[in-house]
Design a binder for this molecule. Structure first.
Ligand code: ADP
Ligand code: MG
Length: 461
């Protein structure tokens, strides 16, 4: 990997010449690691942070392979939102500008389908689009994927977050298994592994190197004297770190509810999950936390098991775990997927032996880190990023994530990147939208039609 020049990869001279006019003189790390494999025709999974140059990595691959004289759709790129699809399409156009007559078409929801059908009749070599709209065209038979040789899933983690898994599976079924499949993602939750297993063949995984002090969990231990100082310590730590997602562990279900109630009294946005909640309440709380409309979740170890979140910003052990294994499991929920994490543990004098049991190799006394200054108690509490809207319709009513995105972002709607996670269950769905856009989002959903009918929608508070 010493030679990071594009020439070294065997890329066509016209593509390489154009790259230098774009100021791309050397490959970025993810490009250097993935491009040779992509050009050799292998299936590749690429993991790299935003801005690492993933678009050119797959874009050059599909352009090199493109047969301009064959006027059929040869590459399909799936993106989570219209904005991202537009960005990908414009980067592809820049990369393709030295090659004559390459037709790149974007097909996304939120705009009328008619003109898209017209463009499709004129043909396109490369189609970039969102899963919902691509699927609509496949159902209408206005898009044919029989000649596709490269399928790209860009920002796959976000697509799965938005609930596009089933739609993606349907689209993949329309493409020859002889294809090359490329998957790019910033994070690597379990669902990515499972979709990769279903749609890819012997993929090579490349991961852009992250600088070495990321991926580590910064641990702090704070000694507290009584219940009151424990709560103050919790408030101080939440105020200091001011993160979008913090998980607070308690050892009993009683405590989780008390701690969440008290946090709410202090103005925080917190929910508790424990064994006494019914399934629906539990699911709803987990959804609200994972879609970032509730920043603080207070849980017991057992209740937190159902939490499927790739990376948390902050874990606070309100009560230190009973044993080292549980402690490691708790704090391991932060600092995943190349991001940094913080884990703070509160303990009293009586719980000192539990700190010792962690065998941190240091005198536990030394582990009492100072707490943030009490002036932070006056700091305004961080508001959630998103809000959750519940729709009284789901899979049984044939509602798909794409329908919800379409209804929200369609003519005069809210921008696609303000739509967060979508969860569709049998009879209802949840969609997260940016907090400041709740009103227009509710209006859009309740006045418009979803699958030709109106569903009851409401804000989950
Ligand atoms: P990602 O999809 O990984 O978030 P992008 O593909 O959008 O990242 O690329 C981020 C930016 O880096 C874009 O502005 C792109 O034009 C630029 N870029 C990509 N590859 C190179 C390169 N080899 N040299 C210089 N700039 C590059
Ligand atoms: Mg990208």
């Amino acid at each position: 990997m010493s030679d990071a020049s594009f020439e070294s990869t065997g890329l066509s001279p016209e593509l390489t010449a154009n790259l230098s006019t774009l100021g791309y003189h050397t490959m970025t790390p993810i490009q250097a690691m993935s491009l040779p494999a992509i050009l050799s025709g292998k299936d590749v999974i690429g993991q790299g942070k935003t801005g690492s140059g993933k678009t050119a990595a797959f874009g050059l691959g599909l352009l090199q392979k493109l047969d301009v004289k064959l006027f059929k759709t040869q590459s399909l790129v799936l993106c989570p939102t219209r904005e991202l699809a537009d960005q990908v399409a414009s980067e592809l156009r820049r990369l393709a500008r030295a090659t004559h007559n390459v037709k790149i078409l974007t097909l996304c929801g939120g705009v009328p389908i008619g003109p898209q059908i017209g463009s499709l009749e004129r043909g396109a070599h490369i189609v970039v689009g969102t899963p919902g709209r691509i699927d609509d065209h496949l159902r209408k038979k206005t898009l044919r994927l029989g000649s596709v040789t490269t399928l790209v899933l860009d920002e796959a983690d976000r697509m799965l977050d938005m609930g596009f898994q089933d739609t993606i599976d349907d689209i993949v079924d329309c493409i020859s298994t002889n294809r090359q499949t490329l998957l790019f993602s910033a994070t690597f939750p379990r669902e990515i592994e499972s979709i990769a297993e279903r749609v890819m063949l012997d993929p090579i995984t490349v991961q852009a190197p992250s600088t070495h002090d990321e991926e580590t969990i910064k641990q702090a231990f704070h000694q507290v004297s009584d219940a009151q100082s424990r709560m103050i310590a919790l408030r101080l730590l939440l105020a200091k770190h001011s993160v979008n997602s913090a998980l607070v562990f308690c050892n009993t279900k009683r405590d989780t509810q008390d701690v969440a109630d008290e946090l709410n009294d202090w103005g925080f946005y917190a929910l508790a999950i424990h064994g006494d909640l019914d399934q629906r309440e539990r699911d709803q709380a987990l959804i609200q936390f994972s879609n970032k409309s509730i920043p603080v979740l207070v849980a017991t170890d057992v209740a937190a098991r159902g939490l499927d979140i790739d990376s948390l910003d902050l874990v606070i052990n309100y009560h230190i775990a009973h044993d080292a294994e549980t402690h490691v499991h708790r704090i391991g929920r932060t600092g995943r997927a190349g991001s940094s994490g913080i884990a703070c543990t509160l303990y009293s004098n009586r719980e000192m032996h539990k700190v010792d049991a962690l065998e941190l190799g240091v005198d536990s006394e030394k582990y009492s880190d100072p707490l943030p200054s009490e002036s932070l108690l006056d700091k305004p509490v961080k508001k959630p990023l998103m809000a959750t809207i519940k729709i009284d319709g789901g899979k049984k009513q044939k509602l798909r994530p794409g329908d919800i995105v379409g209804a929200l972002t369609g003519d005069g709607g809210i921008p696609g990147d303000s739509v967060g996670k979508i969860n569709v269950s049998s009879n209802w769905s949840y969609v997260a939208v940016q907090l400041n856009l709740v009103k227009p989002a509710l209006k859009k959903l309740s006045s418009g039609k979803l699958k030709g009918r109106s569903f009851r929608v409401r804000l989950v508070s």
